[in-house]
Design a protein around this ligand. Sequence first.
Ligand code: CAA
Length: 411
Amino acid sequence: MEFTLNEEQQMLQKTVRDFATKEILPLIKRHEPRHEFPHALIPQMAEMGLLGVCIPVRYGGAGFDYISLGIVSEALEWADSSVRETLAVHVGLNSMALFQWGTEKQKQKYLVPQSQGEKLACFGLTEPDTGSDVAGLKSKAKREGDVYFLSGEKTWITLADVADHFLIFAKTDLSAGNKGISAFIVERDFSGVQTGTLEGKLGVWASNTGWIRLDNTEVPLENRLGEEGEGFKIAMSCLDNARYSVAAGAMGIVRYCLDASVAYATERTTFGKPIGQHQLVQQLIAKMAQSLMVGRLLTAKIGWLKNQGIRNTLETSMAKWYNTEAAFSAASDAIQIHGAYGYSTEYGLERHLRNSKGAVIYEGTSQIHQVTQAQYALGYRIDKPLRCELPAYDAEYWQEEVSLAFPTFLC
Ligand code: CAA
């Protein structure tokens, strides 16, 4: 069992933490109150390889392993959830799915520019009437020869109004439940595509959250991801990747809150001593320290499982549930420790509180994950092998510059 980061991972962690401190935080402080997406960060993140962090170099990525996706997620969310959301959606919900399920042609056409950060990508699953119960989605895809016509509406979509590529889930068979869903790669300039931004969110003000409407959108057959009817499993496998980024990111919030609380509790005095010496304050700090360690262990295990090519749906669901709840509690407790100062915008804690509530809801509510965990524990849920599993990390393959013959373990 290995609990240390290798040299490459340590370097990545330091670089992204510096970036978060020097570039992201100051920029977010300006953009967030104005509800503006920080477009200026995208080329910088692309330059650093973050938009394709765990994608092989041959597909435009940086060639890091899956543990590195967790490291980057935590480092980014320390500054602001919106930036980590971009990573979780663009890489976790979209690019990793193209890598796992895409044809070589789809990888070359869509994955390469996404990994290089030339194109941004999002994930269109949720609909106005369908959130937790994915199988109930209503968008339709009708095939005519070598073309599908897609119609429907997606909502609460991160990056909807800024992404170039959308991974859209629609029903190809209305009577087949979750087996009637298929996945499609849709470009912004395909016919009948409209997007907009949703206003009035509690948090993640610097992230773009919007809707996508498809009106008889013509999508070529070659843009179907996976087989017809495989969409539900593809969507769930995407969520296995993005929920890992969400869970790891949540630890960035806990770290921020713990560090701020320790600094404040050491300086601020009441009743003749630093508040850190009062046991009720210590209790709040101890809880944050505990959740930071437990949450990091959970996500480190997922990174390791992914590197081995081992299915991690149970662990990812557990971590998403635990870590996002821990971040929300940490933000609330840190505000309590800071008193009125915590309630103000001065320390950035109220922003983390507003942002962390979102993560308890999106990518599977805590209630969905509790049901999932109960089903695993009771033996009602048993994972079956997929036609295309996420490939195990192989440093030589991931970092190889020259395009080789297409390996058979990739579909
Ligand atoms: N990977 C691959 N296959 C999976 C899978 C996974 N993680 N999970 C389930 N499957 C397979 C199952 O093995 C099963 O296959 P068979 O039919 O061959 O047996 C099939 O899919 C159906 O699985 P379930 O019976 O578990 O399906 P269900 O209808 O009971 O749903 C659920 C399960 C857990 C409730 C699921 O619907 C779910 O996770 N809901 C939450 C949805 C969610 O997270 N939405 C967030 C949207 S994204 C977002 O928020 C985007 C954003 O921009 C921020």
